[in-house]
Design a protein around this ligand. Structure first.
Ligand code: ZN
Ligand code: ZN
Length: 678
């Protein structure tokens, strides 16, 4: 007999070999029918709470201890039909579990491969993992699949689903499996079995109907569970990424538990395409990337540049208000600097190649840190001078492989809202707290209400990969932990994910479509202060090494701008809109009044554009609306005689007529409050 511990605390004594499905059935057939897979963990492991895995938030302490345990003790997913053979914690995984979709999608990849082999038996199989948005399967076949083939594959998949074939796990001795794969010319399967199993192993397969795949699972109980799916696209990829190898065909698809979820997914994709910052950037004339200049280099057009100015002004003012000092540093430096900082060693592959000048080799800067360090080092510091907080909107250049650039999101030249804080270990906690406050202010001001926080810490068992003393690591990790807890911020701890030079906090904002964007980061550094031999004289009169914090809140100004464009779909709040007010005189008679309005609005600090073209009023209104201008003021004889304006507000049907002074007061207030309302 074995003891099975259920999430509600109940313990069931069952014969060894009992399956999760049998246990589910004994609880209720409805529960069994709703279950997809099972999550098991040895009873000896520390109590693992349901939900303390995957994307869940806010259980840092239990998570930290959970991830730190050995793999064997960690919860893992198994088939509902997997026999339980020792005392186990068991949780049935239902459709709403974050892991359930992965199991479904990987099972869908098997259904895809089943369909492909039935239609094109000569095809050789690669592998078919679940991805964040669906699944794919790699195939080798001399003739490329056509769009018609993909449609036929999707139809055949529906047949495989309708047959409701159980996924059955089978084992075979490794040598026998390898011999069969080699005999059949299954070069990819031969490779995977050789790589991921050891001589003498029993190799795991999954069968549905006549289709068999080398796989560790887990799977949904049967192909019938794959109800809502779609084959989405086809891409070429060289086997093992080597162009000397055969070219594979990667067929992509996605799957959900319901047709509604599938429909919602495609609606979201459509909405994301509508908000694509590259499309809107062109349509609203915000920025461009110029072929003659090179990829990944951003040209900010006047309308984008004015938004950038507003962003930068806000950021600089906030920095000053929060006790930072602004600095400016060069774009290039002698290679010696990058040798001292260590970038020449571990970061050279991400840097532009050196330029030879008469006195030395120079490199464009990929980071601002060493420059701020040189400013710190330029004069002696005492504990009274600390913390020193240097902020710069610094342009950096990083080498990204051609073909990997993406609009404003992945570029070769960008501007970091970078700051480096030099402080005493005793100041770590208050400095981090201030950074988190600042980061929250950035997100809130720019219109994001939701964010997720990750704390990356070191792995104390992997001492060799981390610079700095145990003492410093403990202090810094504990400080970060304390600050987040004190602020009541839910976060996820990720042990072993820290940079080699210190622990960090990453803040990912959630945009209007629910997408996560990694932007703000607060990182500790024990490494650079040592490499540059930074010092301060302590209260004790002795020399000490300061701790350094790197932090960027927009992250990259370019990337943040890209996210803003998509978040607002180009309809910026008034304070950010490049043109806040469009003026539409009804006829040429009103040109003088237009000039007067323009002058008064400009004098009030508002950004205004007057359309004096000899066009119909409606087409002028339409043009401003296409540019997503927040307010359009229309005026003719009536307005002119009373000193009023007719106001059309973006996104609203009703118009209103008001004295110009009232409109100006309202607009100025919205701008001053960085309001997202109009
Ligand atoms: Zn599988
Ligand atoms: Zn830095």
């Amino acid at each position: 007999m074995i003891a099975v511990h259920l999430p509600d605390g109940a313990i069931r004594e069952v014969p060894s070999g009992t399956t999760p499905l049998e246990i589910a059935n004994s609880i209720s057939p409805r529960l069994a029918a709703a279950s997809i897979a099972a999550r098991i963990a040895p009873v000896t492991a520390a109590a693992v709470q349901s939900g303390a895995h995957g994307e869940s938030q806010g259980e840092s302490a239990s998570e930290a201890s959970m991830y730190a345990t050995e793999d064997a003790a960690a919860p893992r997913l198994v088939d509902l039909s997997a026999p339980l053979t020792s005392d186990t914690r068991l949780e049935l995984v239902k459709e709403n579990d974050p892991d359930a979709l992965k199991v479904l999608r990987h099972s869908s990849a098997h259904v895809l491969a089943t369909a492909v082999l039935e239609l094109f038996p000569e095809t050789k199989l690669g592998h078919g993992p679940a991805t964040d948005s669906g699944f794919f399967y790699d195939f080798y076949r001399e003739k490329p699949f056509t769009p018609e083939d993909l449609a036929a594959i999707e139809t055949k998949m529906a047949e495989v689903v309708a047959r409701n074939e159980p996924f059955v796990r089978e084992y075979e001795p490794r040598e026998q499996a390898l011999a069969e794969f080699e005999r059949d010319g299954d070069f990819m399967k031969t490779h995977f079995v050789t790589k991921f199993t050891s001589p003498g192993d029993q190799v795991s397969f999954y069968r549905n109907g006549t289709f068999v795949d080398f796989c560790r699972g887990p799977h949904v109980p049967s192909t019938g569970r794959v109800k809502a799916f779609k084959v989405t696209s086809l891409a070429g990829a060289y086997w093992l990424g080597d162009e000397k190898n055969p070219q594979l065909q990667r067929v992509y698809g996605t799957a959900f538990f319901s047709q509604k979820d599938l429909d919602d997914h495609f609606a979201r994709l459509e909405e994301a395409a509508r908000r694509d910052h590259r499309v809107l950037g062109k349509q609203l004339d915000l920025f461009s990337i110029q072929d003659l200049a090179g990829p990944g280099l951003i040209f900010w057009h006047p309308k984008g540049a004015i938004i950038r100015k507003v962003m930068e002004d806000w950021m600089r003012d906030e920095c000053l208000r929060r006790g930072y000092q602004l600095v400016y540093t060069p774009h290039v430096a002698r290679i010696n600097l990058w040798q001292t900082s260590g970038h020449e060693g571990f970061y050279a592959g991400n840097m532009f190649t050196p330029m030879e000048l008469d006195d030395a080799l120079y490199r464009l800067k990929p980071m601002n840190c060493p420059f701020h360090i040189l400013i710190y080092k330029n004069s002696p510091k005492s504990y009274r001078d600390l913390p020193q907080r240097y902020a710069e909107l610094g342009n950096v250049y990083r080498y990204e492989r051609s073909g990997t650039m993406h609009g404003l999101l992945r570029v070769r030249g960008f501007t970091q809202d970078d700051a480096h804080i030099f402080c005493m270990p005793s100041q770590i906690e208050s400095e981090v707290a201030a950074c988190i406050d600042f980061a929250e202010a950035v997100l809130k001001t720019f219109g994001f209400s939701e964010f997720k926080v990750e704390l990356s810490t070191w792995d104390p068992n992997d001492r060799a990969h981390y610079a700095g003393s145990d003492e410093n690591w403990d202090l810094a990790s504990r400080s970060l932990d304390n600050v987040l807890k004190a602020k009541g911020i839910a976060y996820k701890t990720i042990p072993g994910e820290a940079a080699f030079y210190g622990p960090k906090i990453d803040i990912k904002l959630v945009d209007v479509l629910g997408r996560l964007w990694q932007l703000s980061t607060v990182q500790f550094d024990f490494n650079l202060p040592a490499r540059f031999e930074l010092e301060y004289v302590g209260e004790d009169g002795e020399r000490h090494q300061p701790v350094m914090v790197h932090r960027a809140l927009f992250g990259s100004v370019e990337r943040f701008f890209g996210v803003l464009i998509e978040h607002y779909a180009g309809a910026f709040p008034l304070w950010l809109a490049p043109v806040q007010i469009g003026l539409v005189p009804i006829s040429e008679k009103h040109t003088a009044y237009a000039a007067k309005l323009e002058a008064e609005l400009k004098a009030a600090g508002l950004r205004v554009e007057s359309d004096a073209r000899n066009e119909k009023m409606n087409s002028k209104i339409r043009d401003f609306a296409m540019q997503k201008t927040p307010y359009i003021l229309v005026f003719g004889d009536k307005e002119e005689s009373t000193g009023a304006v007719n106001v059309r507000t973006r996104g609203k049907q009703e118009q209103s007529t008001m004295p110009l002074a009232n409109f100006i007061a309202k607009a100025k207030e919205l701008v001053a409050n960085q309001s997202t309302e109009l």
